[in-house]
Design a protein around this ligand. Structure first.
Ligand SMILES: [Zn+2]
Length: 261
């Protein structure tokens, strides 16, 4: 895209030079033709630029101005656990008990929450689609507890059962795995996915007495660049700090809620 824009800009410059030459030599017919060329090329460049902007609108990578990772400064709005869980919109689609990935699983009392992202940018890779694929055994030797997109959370495993998501025994045996979708359909909003994941994480922290320092990225267990959109140069940085501040905000909302049911 960048290459084609540079090429067009060059042609635009050449046409402008052609017009200048035509004016100087007073060859009016050439000048009219050159004008037409210039307008056509200008329209093309404008269309390319608008196309780039539109493409960027759906991407967290290309449009940092759309979303700034700033700390949450909103007023605490007290909420009960059930209210926050309702806001997260949790659906259930459990992996079949006899599925290969669940055969070797063990019982677990979760003490960590591990955050992942799917690294799948296909427009159809929603939470429900991922869950469906997981239930059909599409992911060999992999399983996790929740899949989140901008509209819903889908639970795939019981929370007292280990999954295969962290790449280490310590991570798998002690943590709840949350996969955040990265699908990029038109109008998709990654912020909503991250915010929904933060709500879910706060609910789980409260339910299992897990502290914020035990909410970790996949990177914590194996050094993997995951969840990629929230890592900075492959490591936890300001964006991960922002996510934790969002989780903390919702956790404080629950703590100040009238009811902790
Ligand atoms: Zn991961």
């Amino acid at each position: 895209m960048v290459c084609s824009i540079s090429c067009l800009s060059l042609r635009l410059f050449l046409s402008a030079a052609q017009i200048g030459l035509a004016i100087r030599r007073r060859t009016w017919q050439n000048r009219r033709m050159a004008y037409r060329k210039l307008v056509a090329l200008f329209v093309l460049v404008l269309a390319c630029l608008l196309g780039c902007q539109q493409q960027g609108r759906n991407s967290y990578l290309r449009t940092p101005p759309v979303f700034k990772f700033q700390p949450v400064r909103g007023q605490i709005i007290p909420r009960s656990i059930s209210r926050l869980a309702k806001e997260a919109n949790i659906k259930i689609r459990m992996m079949p008990r006899r599925s290969k990935q669940r055969r070797g699983s063990r019982s677990m009392r979760p003490t960590f929450i591990t955050i992942h992202s799917t690294a799948n940018h296909s427009p159809s890779s929603t939470a429900m689609q991922h869950s469906r694929a997981l239930c059909q055994g599409a992911f060999t030797n992999r399983s996790w507890h929740f899949t989140v997109d901008q509209f819903m959370v889908v639970q795939n495993l019981p929370l007292n059962e280990t999954g295969w998501h962290a790449g280490s025994n310590a991570g798998n045996n002690h943590s709840i795995g949350i996969e955040m979708c990265e699908c990029e359909s038109r109008g998709h909003n990654h912020f909503r996915t991250w915010d929904r994941s933060a709500k879910l994480t706060a609910v789980l922290m409260k339910r299992y007495g897990i502290s914020l320092r035990r909410v970790v990225p996949h990177h914590h267990w194996t050094g993997k660049n995951c969840p990629m959109p929230l890592m900075t140069n492959g490591r936890p940085g300001p964006k991960w700090g922002w996510f934790l501040s969002r989780v903390d905000y919702y956790y404080r909302c629950i703590n100040e809620g009238r009811s902790n049911r």
